[in-house]
Design a protein around this ligand. Structure first.
Ligand code: FDA
Ligand code: NAD
Length: 430
């Protein structure tokens, strides 16, 4: 049993949705030319909604409201849209092997799908506690968060313990956004993570201190610099407490785990070049095979702005842009220049909202008011006299644009003390 397509998008997440829209805009497709194969049973959606709008106690976001590409204020691509645009959605279908040389994919249902061009958009999977030697994370009240099924489980578990205790494992994006959502749902939260401050991959200690104090004022307790070792469970197998390394027990009606991800490269190991835990591509998003492209969380691509250093980014803006770029490179190779991407991350929790652009390397220069409950503060990262990265909490659209511009333009810093004094004005005046 088999089918042949000109273009196959493997994976049905954020990148797949944006690639589909780009294909549609650059030319119509008739049945049999273009398909998306996804293990998920719904059309591509904006994954960031799962830790934000989806978890709201009232007026929660639900599909079809957040299919791609509404996150970029663009068209809402429902299943009907794909049909109307000649793009076949092969949903609920896991690809179990790929043969790059033969240009074929084998699905779990036994179908062979062949392609002329393949876009790998398999994203990533959440790391499990078992991978850190801790067992029992399949309990009915332990939640991970990567896809819609996980989000539904999280909502149901949350609803089953109103006013109860949640332990959040991990102080990264999932930990911070879920802790805020749990508090909004009137659940008491204790966060446990091994680092000395939250969001250690990005935040400076000073920036982290602001958010930790804010969370504390909302009732969140932080247990830092340690990890859990096991769970205590009742006779039904439900977790009742989380046991830490020092033997302390934290009572838990539910647990949320966000301890990082692993890019889903497995199908292509040994067939394509890998780097940074992902599939290595060039500025056209082309892998080491001339017919295979990779985009989104799974792709490690050159950042032109930073002298071509290869980065694998785990953020939605990168997924959207790399997806569009791969389609442009496939359809109009001679007109498509190498991608020139400025890394962009953001988050929204409670009434707070921040954006970050660039690289967080070099000397840090903080600015703004870190004491206000409606804050406006930030930081620049300065390396070899030019701005490499910029962070801003509570900015306006123009202010975010200004900080992105100073990073994009590699604004020169002559005097660090002056930069500190000017703060946000440095970016606005540039
Ligand atoms: P994504 O993970 O979206 O899609 C991968 C797809 O491939 C899935 O449909 C999967 O089922 C499918 N797949 C994998 N292997 C397969 C196989 N063998 N066969 C068939 N299908 C297969 N970023 C940000 O910048 N701001 C934010 O606020 C957030 N918020 C956020 C919240 C939550 C809860 C998560 C989990 C993530 C975020 N992110 C984020 C990160 C952002 O969502 C992420 O970078 C993008 O979803 C990456 O898009 P991809 O398409 O690469 O992977
Ligand atoms: P992360 O990498 O942001 O954070 C992982 C955290 O796990 C670390 O901060 C650390 O505190 C913790 N950790 C690691 N090992 C641990 C252990 N043994 N015990 C306890 N804690 C441990 O990953 P995440 O928070 O799981 O997020 C998953 C993915 O989702 C990331 O790719 C992230 O970019 C994406 N995401 C992004 C956003 C956003 O951009 N706003 C929001 C949600 C999710």
């Amino acid at each position: 049993m088999g089918r042949a397509f000109v273009h196959v998008i493997l994976g049905g997440g954020v990148a797949a949705g944006y690639a589909a829209l780009e294909f549609a805009r650059r030319g119509g497709y008739s049945r049999g030319e273009l398909c998306i194969i996804s293990e998920e049973t719904v059309a591509p959606y904006e994954r960031p909604a799962l830790s934000k709008g989806y978890l709201l106690p009232e007026g929660a976001a639900r599909l079809p409201g957040f299919h791609t590409c509404v996150g970029a204020n663009d068209e809402l691509l429902t299943a009907k849209w794909y049909k109307e645009n000649g793009i076949e959605l092969v949903l609920g279908t896991k690809v179990i092997t790929a043969d790059v040389r033969m240009k074929t994919l084998l699905t779990a249902t036994g179908e062979t799908i062949s392609y002329k061009n393949l876009i790998i958009a398999t994203g990533a999977r959440a790391l499990k506690l078992e991978e850190f030697g801790i067992s029992g994370s399949d309990a009915s009240n332990i939640c991970y968060l990567r896809n819609l099924d996980d989000a539904d489980k999280l909502v149901n578990v949350m609803k089953s313990c109103p006013g109860g205790n949640a332990v959040v494992i991990g102080g990264g994006y999932i930990g911070m956004e879920c802790a805020a959502a749990l508090v909004t749902n009137r659940i008491k939260v204790t966060m446990v993570f091994p680092e000395s401050h939250c969001m250690a991959r990005l935040f400076t200690p000073k920036i982290a201190e602001y958010y930790e104090n804010y969370y504390t004022s909302k009732g969140v307790t932080f247990v830092k610099g340690t990890v859990l070792t096991s769970f205590e469970k009742d006779s039904t197998g439900k977790v009742t407490s989380v046991i830490l390394k020092d033997g302390k027990h934290l009572p838990a009606d539910m647990v949320v785990v966000g301890i990082g991800i692993r890019a889903s490269t497995g199908l292509f190991e040994g067939q394509l070049l890998m780097e940074q835990g992902g599939i290595k591509v060039n500025g056209q998003m082309l892998t080491s095979d001339g017919s295979v492209y990779a985009v989104g969380d799974v792709a490690a691509f050159p950042i032109k702005l930073f002298d071509g250093v290869i980065r694998r980014l785990e953020h939605v803006d990168s997924a959207r842009r790399t997806a569009r770029h791969a389609v442009a490179a496939i359809l109009e190779p001679s007109k498509t220049k190498d991608i020139d991407y400025l890394p962009f991350f953001y988050s929204r929790v409670f009434t707070l909202s921040w954006q970050f652009y660039g690289n967080n390397t070099g000397e840090v220069v903080h600015f703004g008011d870190f004491t206000n409950s409606s804050p406006r503060f930030g930081a620049y990262w300065v390396d070899k006299s030019w701005i490499r990265g910029a962070f801003l909490e509570g900015g306006s659209r123009e202010e975010y644009e200004a900080i992105s511009n100073v990073v994009r333009r590699k604004a020169k810093v002559i005097n660090i003390a002056e930069l500190e004094k000017q703060g946000l004005m440095f970016a606005i005046q540039e």
